[in-house]
Design a protein around this ligand. Structure first.
Ligand SMILES: [Zn+2]
Ligand SMILES: [Zn+2]
Length: 362
């Protein structure tokens, strides 16, 4: 009797441990970035792979990962021209989307249909997203493949431009042709850990969307997203969070690329994002020469500031989702105090940190 009772208890214990584990695996931790005036801020990964090309996971796993890591929208973009597992899984180009969709729906993840057009460099690799059918894009001629994606209302961007070195990955005639036809909507300025400063400049010069994507092939080992340790992601500033809304924002180049603790984009978006993220409180203590203020960062990006003006500490690190206390020396007078800084880890052009101001209300 006793041993049976014990067995019952231990199997109950195992069962409850399993249930607890399943619950932990199913927990989502949100990525916090505030909205900016006129737009909602969402977080997306427009470039991932599954076993239906050269990835190492089943498509539903990509949806589970996106949920856990706080991602709002994801595209599965298996290669058309490279399917090394096709002896073991179907070579149907639409399969990964169809397999992933029911899980995406249950997890409230926006699944965007996509594919990777995979050619030698140049022209290189291109993702087509917001397409309806991959099969017509499977054509021998590169420009015809892009045109087939555009005909479906797709958005096409250039992946990892410098992956075979800056010379092979330079802007060439074929990219000019795509741009002139208005077929090229954006470029990955960030692919996994790699930042492409040339691509950042091309996006600024030609009005293209800047994207940051994981290009995951292996399983994601992360359980949530923290600043400094997360997959490369794209922030999209949308009028409305629908498939059309995300596509409209991409076509209007309202994006920024977020890699580790660095943000890459345009001042017109990243300036308002800083202002919406950072709150400077009135001084909570003053003595004859100094005052102390709290500064709060309600975003997932740690801001690393360097002084450019004549007041305030030489550097201030405002950690993600945290408050810091700053001492300001040699203050006089009664009006608001403005501190001039640049955010060293926010790049608004290659090598150009974003200027910011911190205003202490008085
Ligand atoms: Zn590629
Ligand atoms: Zn890829």
């Amino acid at each position: 009797m006793l041993s049976e009772f014990k067995r019952g208890c231990s199997s109950l214990f195992i069962l409850s441990a399993l249930v607890a584990n399943a619950a932990a695996a199913d927990t989502r931790r949100e990525i916090r970035f505030p909205d900016i005036p006129g737009y909602k801020t969402i977080v997306a990964d427009f470039h991932t792979h599954t076993v239906f090309s050269d990835g190492l996971v089943w498509p539903t796993v990509r949806m589970d990962e996106a949920w856990r890591e706080g991602i709002d929208a994801i595209a599965v973009t298996d290669h058309i021209e490279y399917q090394p597992h096709k002896k073991y899984v179907s070579d149907d180009h639409n399969a990964s989307y169809e397999v992933a969709l029911p899980t995406a729906q249950r997890k409230n993840i926006m699944l965007i249909k996509g594919t990777e057009i995979t050619r030698d460099t140049p022209p290189g690799h291109f993702n087509a997203v917001f397409i309806s059918d991959v099969d017509p894009i499977d054509t021998p001629k590169f420009l015809e493949a892009v045109e087939a994606a555009i005909d479906q209302g797709g958005f096409v961007f250039w992946n990892h431009p410098g992956w075979q070195g800056p010379k092979k990955g330079s802007w060439k005639r074929v990219h000019d042709r795509l741009h002139k036809k208005k077929w090229l909507g954006g470029i990955e300025v960030l692919n996994a850990e790699n930042y492409y400063p040339e691509a950042h400049q091309w996006c600024l010069d030609k009005g293209l969307a800047m994207l940051g994507n994981s290009d995951f092939h292996a399983p994601s080992m992360r359980h949530h997203t923290v600043t400094g340790d997360h997959r490369a992601l794209t922030l999209v500033f949308v009028k409305e969070f629908t498939q059309d809304g995300v596509k409209e924002a991409l076509n209007d180049a309202r994006t920024a690329a977020w890699g580790q603790d660095r943000m890459i984009g345009r001042k017109e978006h990243l300036g308002p994002l800083f202002d919406a993220s950072i709150q400077v409180f009135p001084a909570h203590f003053e003595d004859r020469n100094n005052l102390w203020v709290e500064i709060e960062n309600s975003s997932h990006l740690t801001y690393k500031l360097k002084r450019t003006g004549d007041k305030g500490p030489g550097t201030i690190t405002i950690n993600a989702d945290a408050r810091v206390i700053v001492r300001v020396e040699n203050v006089s007078g009664n009006g608001d105090i403005t501190l001039e800084y640049e955010a060293e880890n926010v790049l608004i052009a290659p090598g150009e940190a974003m200027p910011v101001t911190l205003t202490i209300p008085r």
